[in-house]
Design a protein around this ligand. Structure first.
Ligand SMILES: N[C@@H](CCC(=O)N[C@@H](CS)C(=O)NCC(=O)O)C(=O)O
Length: 306
């Protein structure tokens, strides 16, 4: 685990001290769009997506690539599940970088910006033409995938429809802070108070979701939207990883009857289950965070039944 400072790699864990033991996520820095008339045009074969199967943020992008019929237009590379002193790494195929044969993901960040300072995260949406990062913020990558390539694919599925946007944004806001990032705030807290604060916010928000799903199948309106997919990638990891490894252990998702069924419904949506690679998910979390799990032993359970 580390970061780049003025183009130099430093092996450093998150600095929680200056925030009273709290984990504070940094902002993504590459924030371009793909659109007609802009520097990044919607073109088949031009872009490449780098993901980790372990990562819930990258998982969003993988799901949208699948649901929007982009697989033949945007290739994907998957990093090795372990993220250690050099950050995300490539290894032997199929976990390699087919574009530049890089050893480490940070080399791609340096190719995009030789003086880059910041964290080296997945997902990365790469432009092969300009040899740079288009965007490394999953919330924006899924919006790009949702509509930018529609003329190319003919796929008009819309997970961010105009009439629901305001409500989707409101739901996303709470889900992001208290659940998606909330599990990390529990797991990476280095002071009891910070952990308990995050724990309370997380389970209050999960209760709120459970209530919200009373008599309805999806979070917003009566259709699947990006709000559901953004929640899904955290829920699907919860019982296997966050419950134990991140000490988010008041209840499991399988203890909430509505959320359990909801999770199963999303998991079985055509194409989605193949984006869930539980082996990478477990190996990554239990194996990479040595401050939390020094033995790096990966638990065998639990038995999951989505
Ligand atoms: N806001 C980013 C966050 C991405 C992110 O933090 N990814 C994690 C993996 S789950 C990562 O690459 N972390 C490496 C690090 O923080 O050094 C997004 O949603 O795309």
């Amino acid at each position: 685990m580390g970061l780049l400072v003025d183009g130099e790699w430093h092996d450093k864990w998150y600095d929680t001290k200056k925030h009273g033991g709290r984990f504070v996520r940094s902002e993504s820095q590459f924030r371009n769009s793909i659109e007609q008339g802009g520097p990044f045009l919607p073109e088949s074969g031009r872009y490449h997506l780098f993901v980790s199967y372990a990562c819930p943020w990258a998982h969003r992008a993988l799901i949208f690539r699948k649901l929007k019929g982009l697989e033949q237009h945007i290739d994907v590379s998957v990093v090795h599940p372990l993220m250690l002193e050099n950050g995300w790494e490539f290894s032997a195929a199929p976990l390699n970088d087919p574009l530049y044969q890089s050893d480490f993901l940070y080399q791609l960040y340096l190719k995009a910006d030789p003086n880059y300072s910041g964290r080296v995260t997945v997902p990365v949406l790469w432009d092969k033409q300009q040899e740079t990062i288009v965007n490394n913020e999953s919330a924006e990558i899924i919006r790009i995938f949702n509509s930018a390539f529609n003329d190319l694919t003919g796929n008009e599925l819309d997970f961010y429809p105009d009439h629901l946007q305001q409500e989707i944004d409101e739901v996303n806001e709470r889900v992001y802070h208290d659940i998606n990032n909330g599990v990390y705030k529990c797991g990476f807290a280095t002071e009891q108070r910070a952990y308990e604060e995050a724990f309370k916010a997380l389970f209050d928000a999960l209760e709120w979701v459970e209530e919200r799903l009373d008599g309805r199948d999806y979070l917003v309106g009566d259709q699947l939207t990006e709000a559901d997919w953004r929640l899904f990638t955290t829920l699907v990891r919860f019982d296997a990883v966050y419950f134990g490894h991140f000490k988010a252990n008041k209840y499991r998702i399988s203890d909430y009857p509505r959320m359990r069924d909801y999770l199963s419904r999303l998991f079985h949506y055509p194409g989605v289950s193949e984006t869930v690679v539980m082996d990478h998910i477990k190996r990554h979390y239990y194996g990479s965070h040595k401050t939390i799990n020094p033995t790096q032993i990966v638990p065998v359970g639990p038995e999951l039944s989505f």
